[in-house]
Design a protein around this ligand. Structure first.
Ligand SMILES: Nc1ncnc2c1ncn2[C@@H]1O[C@H](COP(=O)(O)OP(=O)(O)O)[C@@H](O)[C@H]1O
Ligand SMILES: [Mg+2]
Length: 232
């Protein structure tokens, strides 16, 4: 099966400028590939580098070494070497990321936050708002909250806004960092269903799932991220 996203020899170190420039190696030689319709779960202890790997794959952190190959627009691009313009295009059309915490934008209502990636892809505003509202409703976000900015929402409510924003566009590749961490059982089931539907449509998913039951239900296989001290 051909890949949707593939990391080859990916490495990442942090330089701690406030600590006299100490270098902290986190990832080394990561070879990870995910196919369309497949869900790979990142496993490994807290601090191993799972979230760092996600942020490298999304381009939030520059990769120190290696390549990040992504199928985008009928071509294969290397995200590790992509310029800002290509990264923007990739994030608009191909690669979605549900981070652990919603980045709240002051004064922007929840439904607009969810609709924004849809209008960015050329979907008419009314249609985008309708789809955003429907997804928020499916995630049991009370209707009265749709028109409010999420700054004062509970953690679980903010996470559902974040999830709706990530799932609404139907990206070919989706990165999920602990998507059910602050959800109740009913909403956890909704997320599991959203993941299953995305996979059935051919979406490639890389996820971090703290909840082993959720992980076992959605993941096709595990990818172990080992703390570097143990492999060095
Ligand atoms: N921006 C950063 N600057 C410095 N160190 C970081 C940064 N982000 C993560 N780290 C360090 O990288 C290691 C891996 O963190 P993380 O990827 O969050 O682990 P995980 O998600 O597996 O729990 C930790 O030791 C963490 O302190
Ligand atoms: Mg993490």
């Amino acid at each position: 099966m051909s890949f949707a996203l593939r990391a080859e020899g990916l490495g990442k170190s942090f330089t701690l400028h406030l600590q006299g420039g100490i270098t902290l190696p986190v990832l080394h030689g990561i070879d990870l590939s995910v196919a369309p319709g497949e869900c790979v779960a990142l496993a490994g202890p807290s601090g191993a580098g799972k979230s760092t790997l996600m942020r490298c794959l999304y381009g939030n952190y520059g990769a120190g070494s290696g390549r990040i190959l992504l199928r985008h627009d009928d071509a294969v691009v290397d995200l590790a070497a992509a310029d800002a313009r290509l990264v923007r295009a990739v994030r608009r059309d191909t690669l979605g990321y549900v981070s652990q915490f919603l980045r709240v934008i002051p004064r922007v209502p929840a439904v607009e936050i969810v609709a924004e990636p849809l209008t960015a892809r050329g979907i008419a505003r009314e249609e985008a708002l309708a789809r955003a509202g429907a997804l928020l409703a499916r995630l049991n976000l009370p209707e009265r909250l749709h028109r409010l900015p999420p700054a004062t929402f509970s953690g679980g409510e903010q996470q559902r806004v974040n999830l709706a924003r990530g799932f609404a566009p139907g990206y070919p590749v989706l990165l999920l960092d602990e998507p059910t961490a602050s959800l109740d059982a009913a909403n956890r089931e909704v997320v599991i269903a959203l993941i299953a539907e995305a996979k059935a449509r051919g979406t490639a998913i890389i996820g971090i799932f703290h909840d082993v039951e959720v992980r076992d239900r959605v993941a096709d296989r595990l990818f172990e991220v080992a703390p570097l001290a143990e492999v060095a």
